[in-house]
Design a protein around this ligand. Structure first.
Ligand code: MF3
Ligand code: CO
Length: 254
């Protein structure tokens, strides 16, 4: 079900989203060779509580941590562990909180030191495709205009779009309707309306889009072992246009 939000509800979602944005900025600065992924998870959880919020992912369908950390061929839902980051790794951080009853959800992909040319390009294309999708978020457009714009940008670069995971509506639930695939023909699905709050999240691979789930029942990897990248923001279509709710607002002091 698609739940349209009032301007007051969107204001609350902004409070939630800012916390996600700030914590992801701080985590990005911690990314370096030798860091254990569980240290990042502990930090994310501690900061969430300091900022008066609740980790959104911990316990969600039994997920065991506050942060998802997916490295190299891992696409999404990598579980933090004693694994240490190493030079050349490509790391996706996917993070969400609940604040004032509303969810915020965002993801970034970050290089560990120097990464390959392919890794750098993949990371950039994931982000760029998000913004291409976001350009389509306007009243009167159809939902799949977002999907098609993302797919076009990714495939133009010679990469592929993951099919098995999609973006989603977000609000009082982490996953609300509609589902937002990162592929498809334009002109389909619901019309975009003021009050829609969406988590748009391209997940892309350097090789084929086929996915395998590891025996931990969470970690999704590319079947061909090719590199993957993920970029996500929670966004809103408001009276004044498009707003990125999970941006890190530099002027915001908790
Ligand atoms: N961004 C992911 C999503 O929208 C986060 C869910 S991870 C889970 O599905 F651990 F909470 F499942
Ligand atoms: Co999401």
């Amino acid at each position: 079900m698609i739940v349209l939000k009032s301007e007051a509800e969107i204001a609350m979602m902004r409070e939630s989203g800012r916390r996600v944005g700030r914590i992801l900025t701080e985590l990005r600065e911690m990314i370096k060779p030798g860091v254990e992924t569980r240290e990042l998870d502990r930090y994310a959880e501690k900061r969430t509580l300091e900022l008066g919020a609740i980790p959104a992912f911990k316990g969600y369908n039994g997920y065991p941590a506050s942060l998802c950390i997916s490295i190299n061929e891992e696409i999404v839902h990598g579980i933090p562990s004693s694994r240490r980051l190493k030079e050349g790794d490509l790391v996706s951080l996917d993070f969400g909180v609940i604040y004032g009853g509303f969810y915020g959800d965002a993801a970034i992909t970050v290089p560990v030191g120097e990464v390959s040319e392919e890794a750098r390009r993949l990371m950039e294309v994931a982000e760029k495709s998000f913004y291409r999708g976001l350009e389509q978020l306007k009243e009167g457009n159809h939902l799949s205009d977002i999907s098609a714009a993302i797919q076009a940008e990714v495939e133009k670069a010679g990469f592929s779009v993951i099919r098995d995971f999609v973006g989603h509506g977000i609000g009082r639930e982490l996953h609300e309707g509609p589902q937002i695939p990162n592929f498809g023909q334009p002109g389909h699905g619901p019309k975009l309306k003021k009050g829609m709050t969406l988590a748009i999240e391209p997940m892309i691979a350097a090789g084929h889009y086929e996915v395998v789930i590891l025996s931990d029942d969470w970690t999704a990897v590319t079947r061909d072992g090719s590199l993957a990248a993920h970029f996500e923001h929670s966004v809103a279509l408001t009276e004044s246009g498009v707003e990125i709710l999970t941006a890190d607002d530099k002027d915001w002091r908790p």
